[in-house]
Ligand binder design. Structure first.
Ligand code: ATP
Length: 242
């Protein structure tokens, strides 16, 4: 579904990505892991069109090259809203909801581009089906949710934009181990519903243990890839510090 080839990103003199290639197939949960500063977030930002945004709108000194194809269409060079409309939706890091709005209002805000009220309500029902805890709290102000619940709300809000592939950046940041696991299990449930997911996370063990396919990124390059990376001692020792 998603094919990324030879992605190069440079900001000023700093080259962040040195030719990253990766694939996400239909129905797959794919994890992109690696140390701090490896370029994971930059990879997701490039796929979602945000690096193109930096280039075009902020006029920062930046460079982007490579191919990004989604459902057979070249999306490299499109701006973020066009890419999101094709169904490639990013759930960014830091998961901040609109704190003063209720859970339900936050979810509805995720579907602002959809004018058909019936469709919006169908999506809301689907989001609640995947995240029943959010239904229980639908009238609660989002600022009062726990960290794990806020992360679930962030994923559910991204689902409201009707993705055909979901990009999730660092869902486990700042969460306790048990909560992290539960968030990742919910992400797997999203995959089980048939929606492919590309997730970036610093918790390599957790992300790789639940993913169908993993990629390890180090210093802007893919240094290992495969379905069973945790079973590979060299990868564990050399790249994951496990
Ligand atoms: P982390 O888990 O720490 O977020 P990461 O693997 O997601 O790491 P990135 O956020 O992609 O890494 O950052 C990779 C490198 O690129 C870092 O050294 C960062 O400082 C640099 N970088 C990212 N975005 C920019 C930018 N807009 N301008 C300049 N440098 C940037």
């Amino acid at each position: 579904m998603l094919e990324v080839r030879s992605l190069v990103v440079q900001y000023g003199k700093a080259q962040i990505l040195h030719g990253v290639s990766l694939d996400v197939g239909a129905g797959q949960l794919v994890a992109l892991v690696g140390p701090n500063g490896a370029g994971k977030t930059t990879t997701l930002r490039a796929i979602a069109g945000l690096v193109t945004w930096d280039l075009r709108v902020l006029r920062r000194q930046a460079f982007l090259s490579g191919q990004i194809r989604f459902l057979g269409q070249e999306v490299q060079g499109l701006l973020p809203h066009r890419i999101a409309r094709l169904g490639l939706v990013l759930c960014p890091e830091r998961r901040r909801p609109f704190r003063e709005l209720t859970v339900r209002e936050n979810l509805l805000a995720g579907a602002l581009a959809q004018k058909d009220v019936r469709r919006v309500h169908n999506r809301l029902a689907e989001a609640y089906e995947l995240f029943p805890a959010l239904r229980e709290r639908e009238r609660q102000r989002a600022g009062t949710l726990s960290g794990g619940e806020q992360q679930m709300l962030a994923v559910a809000r991204a689902l409201m934009a009707a993705p055909r592939l979901l990009l999730i950046d660092e869902p486990s940041t700042g969460l306790a181990p048990l909560v992290k696991r539960s968030v990742f299990q919910q992400i797997r449930a999203v995959r089980d519903k048939g929606l492919p997911v590309l997730v970036v996370d610093q918790d390599a063990s957790l992300a790789l243990s639940l993913a169908d396919l993993g990629y390890v990124l180090a210093q802007g390059q893919v240094v290992a890839q495969g379905p069973q990376l945790l079973g590979d001692d060299t990868v564990r020792r050399s790249f994951l510090g496990l």
